[in-house]
Write a protein that binds this ligand. Structure first.
Ligand SMILES: NC(=O)C1=CN([C@@H]2O[C@H](COP(=O)(O)OP(=O)(O)OC[C@H]3O[C@@H](n4cnc5c(N)ncnc54)[C@H](O)[C@@H]3O)[C@@H](O)[C@H]2O)C=CC1
Ligand SMILES: O=C(O)C(=O)Cc1ccc(O)cc1
Length: 417
């Protein structure tokens, strides 16, 4: 396959079916990064096809999925997952032997099983799921840099062809994403916890607000950062989320059960909270991670803290609420910045800035002048008139150290984390 079609090209032709947020972002990364000779796109929406061509999301558009996949070495399915079987039935006869079909869908066990059973002989399937996206919909939400530095999960199973897997790994790495391989069922369980449950929780929060009767409009007006942060994802596409719920129903229902039990324990802790029995020392010790068993009641919220020799039963009866809050705080603070832990580390610094026009440009200019590359940037907090906090990520520790020095020299408040 890598047979010399241009020095940097990995593939001669890649077809993408579905040019929305993810398919469009992938197309942009592939065409602009010159990873493949030709990217052919198909979308059932004619307006999307026009935009895709005009924005160089693809090199060429096709008028139907069969035409799109002709001569392609890799076919990427990027529609809602429930449409895959019908699409594969349509394109199957046009796939040349050796074609690798991959996808970007949010669930994997159902997808891998369904695709593998339906694939024409001689073709290969490699399941994929970029862990980046947004609540937006359609090609307008596509972004050339969306997948850069993003975790991109591939889900081989015992039937996956190793060479096909290696080819898709190459494609993913060529667009600057970071490959993590997980078994399909493990993937589904993990994303149920960190993506699908949070989505349903955001939906429940919106529903609760919606049912708040006379207080609803005032509550909406007062909604501060916490509510907005926690509910942003509820604006996602209902069609896509129905598909996700349907194809990951078991894992999602299991974590919803756990979550309900957790909320019930928290409610009980609130009901029985007695400020007079609140032990300052115990709370502080728990916040420092020095006390074991800070879960509420018989169960626990997440992993219990390790170490220490305090009596957890005493704590759990007198101090449930503060203990659980302290434990959650500790656990949240321990989550590293994006992508750390599983992957080659991103080295981070936190910049606190005044609310002044052009401040991000100024930071970029200072670092750019020293040839320090910002690998990742995230605005953590910004309030009009109050300035904000920005997280910068660097590929190497020494770059992060230098960034701190140069920014500090320029009078900017900055710290290494
Ligand atoms: N939006 C997100 O944040 C993420 C989505 N995903 C997955 O990516 C896939 C696509 O999601 P998005 O890009 O967000 O959706 P989207 O709604 O932005 O794009 C889907 C595109 O597929 C097209 N389409 C629908 N049916 C079609 C058909 N039969 N033939 C050709 N084109 C068709 C639509 O016109 C649309 O342009 C889904 O499977 C989703 O689970 C994965 C990671 C993140
Ligand atoms: O908008 C966000 O923060 C998301 O988390 C988007 C998202 C939605 C679905 C996925 O399968 C992966 C990522």
């Amino acid at each position: 396959m890598m047979d010399g079609f241009g020095e940097r090209s990995l593939f001669r032709r890649v077809a993408i079916i579905g040019l929305g947020v993810i398919g469009g972002s992938l197309g942009m990364a592939l065409t602009q990064g010159r990873v493949v000779e030709e990217v052919v796109g198909f979308d059932r929406d004619p307006a999307t096809l026009e935009v895709a061509l005009a924005t160089h999301t693809v090199h060429r558009i096709a008028t139907d999925p069969v035409e799109a996949v002709r001569g392609a070495q890799v076919v990427v399915l990027a529609t809602p997952v429930s449409l895959y079987p019908a699409l594969l039935a349509q394109i199957g006869p046009a796939l040349a032997p050796g074609t690798i079909v991959t996808d970007v869908g949010s669930t994997k066990r159902w997808v891998v099983e369904t695709m593998s059973s339906q694939l024409p002989t001689g073709c290969f399937f490699v399941g994929g799921h970029p862990m980046a996206g947004s609540e937006k919909r359609g090609i307008e939400g596509a972004d050339r840099y969306l997948l850069e530095n993003a975790v991109y999960v591939l889900t081989p199973d015992e039937h996956t062809d190793p060479e096909a897997l290696a080819q898709i790994e190459g494609l993913v790495m060529a667009i600057g994403a970071r490959v993590v391989c997980l078994a399909p069922a493990e993937h589904d369980h993990v994303v149920a916890l960190v993506s699908h449950l949070p989505h349903m929780v955001a939906v429940a929060l919106m529903e609760t607000l919606g049912a708040s009767g006379e207080h609803r409009s005032m509550a909406t007006m007062l909604a501060a950062g916490g509510f907005r942060d926690t509910t942003r994802i509820a604006a996602g596409d209902p069609r896509m989320w129905c598909d996700i719920a349907w194809t990951n129903r078991e894992a999602l229902l299991a974590v919803i059960d756990q979550y309900q039990a957790s909320l019930a324990r928290i409610a009980e802790a609130i009901r029985t909270y007695d400020p007079k029995r609140e032990g300052e020392a115990a709370t502080e010790a728990a916040a420092d991670g020095a006390l074991p068993g800070v879960g509420v009641g018989s169960g626990s919220l997440g992993e219990p803290c390790r170490g220490g020799s305090g009596s957890s039963s005493e704590l759990s009866t007198t101090n449930k609420l503060s203990a659980v809050l302290a434990h959650a705080r500790q656990a949240r603070l321990a989550i590293p910045g994006r992508a750390k832990g599983v992957l080659p580390g991103i080295h981070e610094v936190i910049v606190t800035v005044a609310d002044e026009p052009g401040i991000i440009g100024k930071i970029a200019q200072i670092l750019g002048a020293q040839a320090i590359n910002i690998a990742d940037i995230e605005i953590l907090r910004v309030r009009e008139g109050h300035g904000g906090t920005i997280r910068l990520g660097f590929a190497h520790g020494h770059e992060a150290d230098l960034a701190v020095d140069y920014l500090r020299d320029a009078g900017i408040i900055v710290k290494r984390i």
